[in-house]
Design a protein around this ligand. Structure first.
Ligand SMILES: Cc1cc2nc3c(=O)[nH]c(=O)nc-3n(C[C@H](O)[C@H](O)[C@H](O)COP(=O)(O)OP(=O)(O)OC[C@H]3O[C@@H](n4cnc5c(N)ncnc54)[C@H](O)[C@@H]3O)c2cc1C
Length: 308
């Protein structure tokens, strides 16, 4: 009698591995093909799907506003890929037919290799086993490969959604804009912009600003819409305290103060401490002129630099 392990599979319930969505339906981003994990495998898969969709635009059309997306739990593709590597270029040649090896993300070809048996005091060179032959392979950094593949994927229209909440918000804002839900788009994009400005990510901030312009510019919100923390910090700013003093008063880090403050700036569309104070005073005393004077749309300096 033949006994095969495949005849005795362990019990499997997909619910143990796949969670049901918990966000409200109108806050979800619908994607055509979702790839989880922005490592070499996930990014290559996204690139291949992107290439196929370029050949079949009618299929891409069916897949909606975000035909292909990659979610990555690192802050950027490549951020969680740490190993140095010796790479066989075969998969790259298959994925990018006709691309020159010089254009691939490798540092140098392998020109010499050796395998050694190590003892506490000596080393003995041994013949390399076939699995360790690396002739015609290349030395590379895996995180560089990840970043390079991510760029190629983006060129093909793949949406990358790394852990950075700002980029998720940017994607959400862009999708909301395309669905003509202006207020929601503006809210997501304002938060994304504030976060990018705080991180000093200028190019991303520029992208968020461009998207915001497309939804008709930044819409100032009322101080009542600030979160309790943002409101408290904004009030202390209005009282004239520096970021350092606020941090000491509230027993939080200066960084936390800067984050909340940048969100408050973005929400109220102000770009100075004086404007912020005026907006708060105006809302307190119901002065419409002051409210209107609160802030015009425009680039704001980083809140961290505003502290005295
Ligand atoms: C120490 C070491 C040395 C190595 N040296 C070499 C070498 O010299 N040459 C070589 O060719 N290969 C080498 N490898 C193997 C190579 O790194 C792997 O084959 C390759 O990284 C596998 O790619 P992958 O995309 O399948 O997985 P990974 O590289 O592991 O990528 C998975 C990605 O998914 C993300 N992720 C995981 N879970 C989630 C989740 N739930 N949600 C969102 N994102 C998620 C991770 O952050 C990661 O970015 C080495 C590996 C190690 C560990």
């Amino acid at each position: 009698m033949t006994v095969s392990p495949a005849d005795f599979p362990p019990p499997f319930d997909w619910r143990e591995f796949v969670a049901e969505p918990t966000d409200p339906a109108d806050e979800r981003i619908d994607v055509g093909v979702l790839i989880v994990g922005g490592g070499p495998a996930g990014l290559s898969a996204a690139i291949r799907v992107g290439q196929l969709l370029e050949e079949h635009p009618e299929v891409a059309e069916h897949l909606g506003d975000v035909p292909v997306a990659v979610v990555e739990k690192g802050r950027a593709p490549g951020a969680h890929l740490l190993s140095g590597a010796v790479v066989n270029p075969r998969a790259f040649r298959e994925l990018f037919p006709g691309m020159l090896t010089e254009d691939m993300p490798f540092r140098a070809p392998v020109v010499r290799e050796g395998v050694y048996f190590l003892t506490p005091k000596r080393h003995v060179r041994v013949p390399a086993p076939p699995t360790m032959w690396n002739h015609n392979h290349y030395v590379a950094s895996l995180s560089e490969i990840g970043r390079w593949l991510a760029e190629k994927a983006e060129e093909l229209g793949v949406t990358l959604v790394p852990e950075t909440s700002a980029r998720t918000l940017l994607v959400k804002g862009t999708v909301e804009r395309r669905l003509r839900r202006r207020a929601r788009a503006a809210r997501a994009l304002e938060e994304a912009l504030a976060e990018f400005e705080r991180m000093g990510a200028k190019l991303w901030a520029e992208r968020a600003r461009t998207e915001l312009d497309r939804v008709g510019g930044r819409q100032p919100r009322s101080p009542g819409e600030l979160t309790p923390s943002e409101r408290r910090i904004a009030e202390l700013v209005a009282e004239g305290l520096s970021n350092k003093e606020i941090a000491a008063t509230l027993f939080v880090s200066v960084h936390t103060v800067e984050v909340h403050l940048s969100h408050a700036y973005a929400k109220l569309c102000v770009h100075s401490r004086a404007q912020l104070a005026r907006r708060l005073a105006a809302s307190k005393y119901g002065n419409r002129d002051l409210l209107a004077a609160g802030g015009a749309p425009g680039a704001s300096p980083e809140p961290g630099r505003r502290g005295r």
